[in-house]
Design a protein around this ligand. Sequence first.
Ligand code: PXP
Length: 247
Amino acid sequence: MINHEKEIMTILSVNVDHVATLRQARLIDYPDPVKAATIAEEAGAEGITFHLREDRRHIQDSDLSRFKEKCTTRLNMEMAAVEEMVNIAINLKPAQVSLVPEKREELTTEGGLKIDENQNLLEKYTKRLQSEGIKVSYFIDPVEKYIKLSKQLGANAIEINTGSYSDAKSQEERELQLEKIKTGCTFAVMEGLELYAGHGLNTENILPLLEIKEIEEYNIGHSLVSDAVYLGFFQSVKRMNDLIKNR
Ligand code: PXP
């Protein structure tokens, strides 16, 4: 797509939230998202993602230091851009924070950050996190205005929300959404942002995205945990990681 001088090494960051969802369904101590994270790393994943939600519906505060202690790859903490979470992140010091919109009533993250409505706060939190050595990524829809603003507010990276693509109900709609993602990716690279992608991806719908060589990180959770029911978590992660690495 774009002529790059640097060789892009694309990685899989496994989101283990839904291991915790299963645990919280019974309010007991298994399955353990931290143990799942270490299995994902053994299977080849080069990053672990968890979303500490304000309502604590899956990942719990007590999981955080255990991720830090047990995981050996890049830790990515997804969170809302609010004071409480920024303080927790600064205390934990994951390699990376992904700022996402969050509504209590939603089933999962719906849509990307509406950066234009929240510029001062985003800029302030981005600077604070970065001053603690934490890289900051914004989860956004592939819209030029949001990509430009991400750069202006100082984000290191953007994560393109692939939700509209993944949820497309027709081939025509899927192709349209894929084109929007491709255009967004080109624009983000031109702006000098690192480029990640995620939401609703599985071993089939990821294939056309793998042609976009500039995507450096895929953030995938639900399909990996779902496939683990049939394959085991190690195989489920390995299969996805092999696809990404052999693209
Ligand atoms: N990226 C972001 C910002 C998310 O909020 C989520 C869901 O937590 C994902 C990626 C992963 O989405 P999925 O669980 O559908 O793979």
